[in-house]
Design a protein around this ligand. Structure first.
Ligand SMILES: NC(=O)c1ccc[n+]([C@@H]2O[C@H](COP(=O)([O-])OP(=O)(O)OC[C@H]3O[C@@H](n4cnc5c(N)ncnc54)[C@H](OP(=O)(O)O)[C@@H]3O)[C@@H](O)[C@H]2O)c1
Length: 318
């Protein structure tokens, strides 16, 4: 199969589309023929070698953590998914580094899958799992409820677009940070208040917040705007011991827990039309395409999600 691999850690030019063997499934897994994948910042961080302490991968490594496609084989113990079904998922991280999303086929444990709603395309579906699950689970960790005031940092990004919409669905008042160029965009997603982070510091504008969802590493300011009893979670940096032990406030890091049930909850919201997907750009799974997709991600200014088109790109190349 065609897959984008890296043979060593480094810059985007390490990415190359080559032929590798199709992965094989275990009893509780399915094989998905991918139509699309998407890019997350963890992809370029992994490519740079920043995750080496977490994952001991062997080269060549296939990156990517979001897939959407069609099931073409199911393991003996899988009875709730069938060949031919359209699905999407954030697969488990493969300890060997071979089973990434930038490939024609990816193995996925059945409990990580959800059916793709008919009203969204495969490209849109691929833009959901990692970012959408993170947004859903971090708002849960923050215990956001109706009427609360929530700050969502980086509202125009991959996680932010879902976090704003999901927080509004919960009935919260949502403030978000974005550049001036994205003000109307995040208001369109439901944000009640937008802070242009280049012009103002959140501590000068916000106070008495119930929850802060941080994805830019603005920890001390985020903690400072919380009311007593408020909750802070960051997904982009480590916390110091003193930050974690802030008196009267809950200060935590968050990490996505991939699972099909939460993904199904998001799928239902797409099917009902109560949650929107925003695709920043689409790149083909070619060497040039995947490098350009990483370059776009590394600008830190994608608006929504960067998608990789796999099936058509590979067929055209053949
Ligand atoms: N721990 C986990 O489980 C987990 C899961 C998902 C993501 N993450 C991490 O969370 C972070 C965000 O992920 P993502 O996918 O949302 O990233 P992303 O899509 O690359 O975010 C891009 C967005 O960030 C905004 N932005 C850039 N600098 C900003 C700043 N200083 N203040 C406010 N907004 C800013 C940009 O808006 P403008 O163009 O308007 O500046 C852009 O829309 C990354 O570090 C990622 O690795 C962690």
């Amino acid at each position: 199969m065609r897959a984008a691999v890296i043979n060593q850690y480094g810059d985007k030019d390490q990415l190359k589309v080559v032929d590798i063997v199709v992965p094989t499934i275990g009893d509780d897994e399915v094989l998905v023929e991918n139509v699309a994948a998407s890019i997350n910042p963890i992809d370029y961080k992994a490519r740079q070698g920043l995750l080496q302490q977490m994952f001991q991968w062997q080269f060549p490594v296939v990156l990517g953590w979001d897939i959407a496609g069609t099931i073409i084989a199911v393991g003996d113990n899988v009875d709730n998914f069938h060949v031919g079904e359209a699905v999407f998922a954030r697969p488990d991280t493969d300890p060997t580094g071979k089973n990434g999303a930038y490939a024609e086929y990816t193995v996925v444990k059945a409990d990580k899958l959800a059916r793709k709603p008919d009203n969204i395309s495969f490209e849109e579906a691929a833009a959901v799992p990692l970012a959408g699950l993170t947004a859903l689970q971090m708002l849960r960790q923050l215990k956001v409820t109706a009427g609360q005031k929530v700050l969502i940092q980086a509202g125009a990004g991959g996680v932010g677009i879902y976090a704003i919409q999901l927080a509004k669905k919960l009935g919260a008042y949502v403030a978000t940070t974005a550049s001036e160029a994205n003000r109307e965009f995040v208001v369109g997603l439901g944000a009640d208040q937008v802070i242009d982070y280049r012009q103002a510091n959140i501590v000068d504008v916000l106070s008495d917040y119930d929850a802060v969802f941080d994805m830019v590493g603005d920890v001390d300011n985020g903690i400072a705007i919380l009311k007593p009893g408020g909750h802070f979670v960051t997904i982009s940096t480590m916390l110091t011991e003193s930050q974690k032990q802030t008196d009267g406030k809950t200060v935590e890091t968050g990490w996505l827990d991939t699972n099909g049930q939460d993904l199904e909850q998001l799928a239902n919201a797409f099917a009902e039309g109560t949650l929107d997907i925003v695709v920043d750009s689409v790149y083909p799974l070619t060497t040039t395409g995947i490098r350009a997709a990483h370059e776009r991600s590394e600008t830190h200014h994608a608006r929504g999600k960067i998608v990789v088109q796999i099936k058509n790109a590979v067929q055209e190349e053949k």
